[in-house]
Design a protein around this ligand. Structure first.
Ligand SMILES: [Zn+2]
Length: 106
């Protein structure tokens, strides 16, 4: 298995497959589309990638793992929710692997 990722057409050339900003030449990279919401649609748990650039240059890439609340589940609902949480943590692992691979190539 390789860590090389072919950027999708119009995707971010710096963080292909990770950053979701498609604006050509953008300097602030992010991906905030991985989240689990509660039954009201409020954010319960999320994984976010960021790597910003300011007057001091490019900041280190960061992966945020954030939980914002809690919810009570009926026993028959639990496995569906915990499966989503596991998938979200797999996303965090994949983001970290991609950043570490890029840093190793630099
Ligand atoms: Zn980007």
């Amino acid at each position: 298995m390789t860590n090389e990722t072919v950027p999708p057409t119009g995707g971010c050339p710096t963080w292909p497959g990770l950053c979701i900003d498609t604006e050509p030449g953008h300097l602030d990279h992010y991906n905030s589309e991985h989240e689990i919401t509660d039954k009201r649609g409020e954010r319960l748990f999320d994984v976010t990638f960021t790597q910003f650039t300011d007057e001091h240059g490019a900041s280190p890439a960061k992966i945020s793992i954030a939980g914002m609340g809690s919810e009570d589940y009926d026993p028959h609902e639990v496995r569906q929710v915990t499966a989503k949480i596991r998938q979200l943590l797999d996303v965090a692992d994949a983001m970290a692997d991609q950043v570490l691979a890029a840093e190793a190539r630099a």
